[in-house]
Design a protein around this ligand. Structure first.
Ligand SMILES: [Zn+2]
Ligand SMILES: [Zn+2]
Length: 273
């Protein structure tokens, strides 16, 4: 099987490097049948990485223009990657990727991006949790499960993003029973939303992690629960559009899955692998 679509695509309407049209051209050169855009929904406290205008009108207008312009050559969908703290009008979009990027410190009115950098994660652990990294992890997964159940996204984005700056178990031990129990418990909760879990190759492509999100132990648990998965690149530039798809497919098979979801004709369809 060769994956010929991607549902998690950023462009320069949010924090992507390239224009939406450049992303479409890259998808065409990869032989894609479908391309789904998923700009970060507007977050009032942070506009560097998210949509600049609160209603996303200009973004949707441009994707609509491209959809028309490239009709018959590639199917283009207009999704959105919604953070737990980002208000989004769901009916404006073809689909929703539900992601958690921030933890909110209500005492200081500060939002810490767990995927921003090592210093931010460290400050979050110290300021919000008195240095208790596992308490931070618990809060992250608790919000992740809540996000899935409350917003009922089509896709749950990078479920264990909290591991991004934890290389060599810098802050918490990812192999420990305590960590894995927290993550699996949240996974079980989030799976009740019946959303598709994303296998996200983006951080591997950008050199941050060695395996896609989520880690194999989570994928194996999800497989046992009968959960669905989709492989996506979370690309922020034209070069990354199908990055890591082949390796991710091997991983999915190793974790026991026989089927994956793919974006095809603007819909998420189950395909045998
Ligand atoms: Zn994300
Ligand atoms: Zn993303």
């Amino acid at each position: 099987m060769i994956i010929r679509s991607n549902a998690h695509t950023h462009c320069n309407f949010c924090d992507g490097a390239d224009s939406a049209e450049e992303m479409v051209k890259a998808a065409l050169s990869c032989g894609f049948s479908d391309l789904g855009f998923s700009c970060h929904g507007y977050t009032p406290f942070e506009t560097e990485y998210s949509l600049k205008d609160s209603c996303g009108e200009a973004y949707r207008a441009e994707i609509k223009r491209l959809k028309k312009l490239y009709a018959g050559r590639i199917n283009i969908s207009c999704g959105v990657e919604q953070d737990f703290y980002a208000p989004v009008v769901r009916r404006d979009y073809d689909y929703l990727i539900g992601s958690v990027h921030y933890l909110q410190d209500t005492n200081r009115s500060v939002y810490y991006g767990v995927d921003a950098d090592q210093q931010t994660l460290s400050a979050c652990i110290d300021q919000m949790f008195g240095g208790d990294a596992l308490a931070m992890v618990e809060q992250f997964y608790c919000i992740s499960a809540e996000n899935a159940l409350k917003h009922k996204p089509d896709i749950i984005g990078h479920f264990d993003l909290v591991t991004k700056f934890n290389a060599s178990n810098l802050f918490f031990d990812q192999q420990s029973a305590a960590y894995q129990r927290i993550a699996v418990t949240a996974l079980e909760q989030a799976a009740k939303s019946e959303a598709i879990f994303e296998i996200n190759t983006g951080a591997v492509a950008r050199g941050f992690t060695s395996v896609p999100y989520p880690e194999p132990f989570l994928l194996q648990s999800l497989q046992k629960m009968g959960g669905r998965v989709i492989i996506s690149s979370d690309c922020h530039s034209v070069e990354q559009i199908d990055s890591g798809f082949e390796d991710a497919l091997h991983l999915v098979k190793e974790c026991g899955f026989c089927r994956i979801s793919v974006l095809e004709d603007g819909e998420f369809r189950e395909k045998t692998i």
